[in-house]
Design a protein around this ligand. Structure first.
Ligand SMILES: Cc1cc2nc3c(=O)[nH]c(=O)nc-3n(C[C@H](O)[C@H](O)[C@H](O)COP(=O)(O)OP(=O)(O)OC[C@H]3O[C@@H](n4cnc5c(N)ncnc54)[C@H](O)[C@@H]3O)c2cc1C
Length: 573
């Protein structure tokens, strides 16, 4: 087996907002550092930060405050967020947005008086979402990528991380095993510090929004490395996924929250508005409420002929909709819908994982030398992420990780990797060789259906237990499915096989955590436990993998800044 070896000071896995900010900050801290960004796709062209439509939450306006942004985040997260992480998010978002505009060259929309325009997003008590029309992520990622290209930062593109490799003592990370997707060869990259920023991504659900390159590889690697993952039951469904039929990948892609913020209505199959019946905030309720109400309408059979629901903007000014949501209008038109003047079919769609690797406010993890940032990291959002807090999270913690790693590697050397672990990791990436292609498609469909029906928007113990048995069977079937031993360069079948392996492993973590949480909160709703437990004794799920078994503990939330029933706004009105 050919194994290429490379080495660097800082190795960054992933080129989204978290990975690119980390690279730029580490380089700024010490331009002499060797920094490599390894990415499963092409730098600047993959991941979800590029797909950000709505925008970036930050308290900029005079009438707003970081305390208010913090309280919205904590209350939206149903008192499960780690408060120190949430505080870091809201305070450093202000610095990052100024850096994005003034140093990196992003243009965000402005008001006639020259101030940055901030729009309404659901679940917030103040309109604080900075944006560039409805294509904010393209603006952010293009500017970040240009800055990375302009610096001496190594790029390992189409380079898929498959395992975190520890040193011989097992106490620290020594590097990462990759597959160079262009050649099919394995490569070991040794590094003093590694950043996990592969962006999570709940792509195991039938309807989902994240980019296709995201298959929870980072979370699967973290589990195998013995790192605790928290809040894994918390999978956010975005209410308005486009529903354009089973033949197109456009189904499931997101129609941004700003549509509801701007006054859009959700209608059932009888073309009746139903949200006011479920929540006094109607369409502006948080994503969990809206998705659940939609799912309830769907379960009751009040759907469109195709099984979806509708979003309607036609009662609003056509020019306003066309002007404010140009990207959305064009996307809908591509699929045969008139967003500004007609009805567009929608379904709730899996969007974001609040859960991820447990980490400290300096982005360090329990494995020495391993740092984490962005959607791979758990604890910032608790039970629910506010729209607009995702890209703030990845850029804020990416920058923190870059600053901290630059300082950290100045005192560290490269570590010797455990060669037996490398061999085991390579063996685990090798599918059974067969003369013919086993088909992975039915297996993927099974996974989609199981997660959507049994581990989706509304859950119960029976469904979750049944899902866990299904997942065990799927894993066995996957391991038995062979692929032909043909050329491994750009072998989509091989990578699909690896994608499914990660997805099944992380799906099991979601189902186990969902089974362990016997109350309903935020994105997690148990029909057999519909009430929220006492907030004052809130605990989060913490899950570790030992061998092939998952162990779960409930850990108490430390209310380090504010307790349930209190508000920072009372102290800082
Ligand atoms: C359609 C859509 C719209 C959104 N809109 C908003 C919004 O308006 N506001 C908001 O705040 N948030 C929004 N989000 C969420 C937001 O995009 C994410 O929270 C955030 O961008 C995640 O950043 P990240 O850097 O952690 O991950 P990403 O930007 O997803 O980057 C992950 C990177 O990791 C790479 N990668 C994955 N696996 C591997 C591997 N095995 N090896 C190497 N590299 C790997 C990927 O290729 C990618 O480069 C949206 C998400 C989607 C999908």
């Amino acid at each position: 087996m050919k194994l290429r070896e490379l080495s660097t000071d800082i190795l960054i896995l992933g080129a989204g907002g978290a990975g690119l900010f980390a690279a730029l900050h580490a380089h700024k801290a010490d331009p002499a550092l060797r920094i490599a960004v390894a990415v499963k796709g092409l730098l600047g062209k993959c991941g979800c930060t590029r797909m950000v439509q709505g925008g970036y939450n930050v308290a900029l306006a005079q009438e707003d405050s970081i305390e208010r942004h913090f309280m919205d985040t904590i209350e939206g997260g149903k008192w499960l967020p780690d408060q120190d992480l949430a505080w870091k998010l809201v305070t450093l978002a202000v610095e990052r947005i100024h850096e994005l505009e003034n140093e990196l060259g992003c243009f965000f929309d402005r008001n006639p008086d020259g101030t940055v325009h901030q729009k309404a997003f659901a679940g917030q008590t103040f309109d604080r979402t900075v944006h560039k029309g409805d294509l904010t992520g393209i603006e952010i990622i293009n500017r970040l990528a240009e800055q990375v290209w302009a610096r001496k930062i190594d790029r390992l593109e189409e380079f898929r991380a498959v395992e975190l490799i520890k040193d011989r003592s097992g106490a620290a990370v020594a590097g990462v095993l990759f597959i160079d997707m262009r050649t099919g060869e394995y490569a070991l990259v040794r590094a003093k510090a590694v950043l996990l920023a592969t962006g999570g991504g709940p792509t195991m659900y039938k309807y989902h929004t994240p980019s296709g390159d995201k298959t929870c590889d980072g979370l699967a690697m973290a589990l195998r490395a013995g790192l605790p993952l928290r809040d894994m039951e918390m999978v956010q469904f975005h209410p308005t996924g486009l529903y354009a039929g089973t033949h197109t990948r456009m189904t499931g892609t997101v129609l941004e929250e700003g549509l509801r913020g701007a006054g859009g209505h959700l209608l059932n199959g009888a073309k009746e508005r139903f949200m006011p019946k479920y929540d006094s905030k109607a369409e502006r309720a948080t994503r969990d409420f809206v998705s659940r109400a939609m799912y309830a309408e769907m379960r009751a059979g009040r759907t469109s002929p195709n099984g979806g629901l509708y979003i309607s903007m036609r009662h609003l000014d056509r020019k306003l909709v066309e002007g404010q949501f140009r990207g959305m209008v064009e996307r809908c038109a591509d699929c045969g819908f008139d967003l500004a003047g007609g009805l567009v079919e929608v379904v709730p769609t899996a969007h974001y994982m609040m859960g991820g690797v447990e980490f400290a406010a300096d982005c360090s993890t329990m494995l020495k030398g391993l740092f984490v940032a962005g959607e791979d990291a758990g604890g910032v959002h608790g039970a629910n992420r506010l729209g607009g807090n995702g890209v703030a999270n990845s850029t804020v913690f990416g920058a923190v990780a870059g600053d901290v790693m630059a300082e950290w590697v100045s005192k560290e050397g490269l570590r010797e990797s455990d060669t037996a672990a490398v061999e085991r990791a390579i063996a685990a990436c090798e599918p059974r060789i067969s003369k013919s292609h086993g088909s992975l498609e039915p297996l993927r469909e099974k996974l989609y259906e199981t997660m959507w029906r049994k581990v989706g928007i509304i859950r119960d113990a029976a469904g979750l237990g049944s899902a866990l048995s299904d997942l065990d069977a799927m894993e066995r079937e996957l391991l038995e499915t062979g692929i032909p031993d043909t050329d491994r360069a750009f072998s989509l079948t091989w990578h699909d096989w690896l994608n499914l392996k990660s997805l099944v492993q992380v799906s099991r973590a979601i189902a186990e955590a969902a089974l362990a949480r016997t109350d309903s909160r935020g994105a997690h709703f148990r029909e057999d436990f519909p009430n929220t437990g006492p907030l004052a004794s809130s605990a989060f799920t913490s899950l570790t993998q030992a061998g092939n078994k998952l162990e779960i503990r409930m850990k108490p939330v430390a209310f380090s800044r504010v307790r349930p029933g209190e508000s920072l706004l009372a102290r800082h009105p």
